[in-house]
Design a protein around this ligand. Structure first.
Ligand code: HEM
Length: 439
């Protein structure tokens, strides 16, 4: 925290020039954190996300030396994960999965010194330890989550043989660090999240650190990159809006209606920019429809012990809008804690508790109500647009059971049912509730 302040309050020239505006925005958000309880949660989101938003994870170079071999192991196994042609033979696939798992286990055993890991993680977890900054924890979380997903699936595209497993014993090298990460980041899932697998899986140049399409060629690599980058870039665009919705809440609480209205108007404009970025970039060049589901989506699933994997629904922009605008149902605390780091949940919960639309109704200022309704309309249109675009990505893959991106629902009798009908039905179900709420 001290280092954030010294960086923020140092001369503006200490920020690289293209980062100036970004630095200024972080500076404003952190300073305004003292003014209101919602602004405080936004400031905390930044300080707990590597002093940045979208989050800034740092990787192997920033970790204590005992942890560095995990990076080595991932980089060595990555080329063995994807295959060009999937086998449809369960026995072949079982052999392949077992082979990858044996390789991961052997490399972990060779590279990782368990006593050193325990000692280092204990030391890093002490509240006053400066051995591992938050950004390094986030990068380490990304590495361990990638290793756990690699061990879970064994081969990409994922195959039915692995999907049918209900329980799986992980090597102890992958189990021992996990509770430390869970406690530090504030998540409970045994698998990854959109944060670990997308937000924290890009380096300073916004390139993928733990790739799952090694050796597959440009189209695969680009699709993999955009599968993470799009989520990150919409957060770039959304941050100014987060600041303004926090400010609008404070203005409304103080019954400063003209400031509430003008701030909400600005927030609506900023939201338009974020959504435009999504529409401009979710296209067939950046994200090749035939490659996204087999080479990007499958790996994000989890399914073991009925636990969901990574979903686009875990992104913060849409959850922020749902929370701010009171679009229910919200996930239970228990479900949300599986995948959303504590600082993200605290931000969302502060907006939910405030419930600005209910307060606006109570205060009865028509223009405030109208600006909020405008935002609701933008969100509804985005949801319909996302669903339309998303349908292009739901291709049939004969090697696997149907599995939705986020819910990881696998049904045993589903061999004949294609992924497209499964996903569309699942999403329509979810959206029918949400779209009704936003009417
Ligand atoms: C990278 C390209 C993307 C593809 C191919 C894609 C595809 C999908 C699919 C197939 C689902 C359904 C998942 C399920 O059934 O669990 C889904 C859900 C969702 N996605 Fe995306 N998505 C993409 C990017 C994004 C981005 C950038 C955002 C946020 C700005 C987003 C937000 C959501 C949300 C919020 C849901 C849950 C449904 C809802 O609340 O509307 N997606 N996505």
């Amino acid at each position: 925290m001290a280092s954030l302040f010294s960086w923020i309050f140092s001369s503006p020239k200490s920020c690289p020039s293209e980062e100036d505006q970004r630095c200024l925005l972080y500076n404003q958000i952190v300073q305004e954190g003292g003014q209101h309880h919602i602004a405080a949660r936004l400031a905390e989101l930044i300080t707990n996300s590597g002093n940045a938003w979208p989050p800034k994870a740092t990787h192997v170079e920033s970790w204590p030396s005992a942890l560095k071999p995990y990076n080595v192991v991932y980089q060595r196994i990555a080329p063995f994960l994807p295959v060009r042609e999937s086998s449809l033979d369960d026995a072949d696939n079982r052999r392949l999965i077992n082979k990858t798992r044996a390789l991961i286990a052997a490399l972990l055993e060779e590279e990782i010194q368990i006593p050193d890991i325990c000692e280092t993680l204990e030391e890093c977890s002490r509240y006053d330890s400066e051995l591992m900054p938050m950004s390094a924890w986030l990068g380490f979380y990304s590495c361990l989550a990638s290793l756990r997903h690699a061990y879970r699936w064994g081969v990409l595209p994922v195959v039915r043989e692995a999907q049918n497993e209900k329980y799986l014993q992980f090597p102890r090298e992958l189990d021992i660090p996990w509770p430390y990460i869970q406690r530090r980041v504030g998540i409970t899932s045994p698998g990854g999240s959109l944060s670990s697998n997308s937000y924290y899986n890009l380096d300073g140049r916004r390139e993928i650190v733990y790739s799952i399409t090694s050796g597959m060629g440009e189209d695969h690599n680009r699709t993999e990159l955009w599968n993470g980058l799009l989520f990150v870039e919409v957060e770039d665009k959304a941050l100014p809006m987060y600041r303004h919705i926090a400010k609008a809440s404070q203005f409304l609480e103080n019954e400063d209606y003209s400031s509430t209205i003008s701030t909400l108007r600005t927030a609506n404009e900023e939201l338009k920019v974020a959504f435009k970025h999504f529409y401009d970039n979710m296209n067939d060049y950046n994200l090749v429809p035939s490659l996204w589901l087999p080479y990007c989506q499958g790996f994000q699933g989890w399914t073991l012990e009925g636990i969901d994997g990574v979903s686009g629904g875990q992104n913060i922009l849409i959850r922020t809008l749902d929370s701010f605008l009171g679009i229910r149902p919200w996930p239970t605390e228990e479900v949300e804690a599986l995948h959303l780091p504590l600082a993200q949940r605290n931000w969302l919960n502060s907006l939910r508790t405030f419930d600005i639309r209910a307060l606006a109704q109570k205060k009865g200022n028509e223009e405030v109500i109208q600006e909020l309704e405008h935002m609701v309309t933008q969100l509804r249109l985005w949801r319909m647009g996302h669903m339309r675009r998303m349908q292009r990505y739901q291709v049939h893959r004969p090697e696997r059971n149907k599995m939705t991106a986020g819910k990881s629902l696998v049904e045993e009798d589903s061999v004949q049912v294609s992924d497209d009908s499964a996903m569309v039905n699942h999403l329509k179900q979810m959206l029918s509730v949400r779209l009704k709420e936003t009417k």
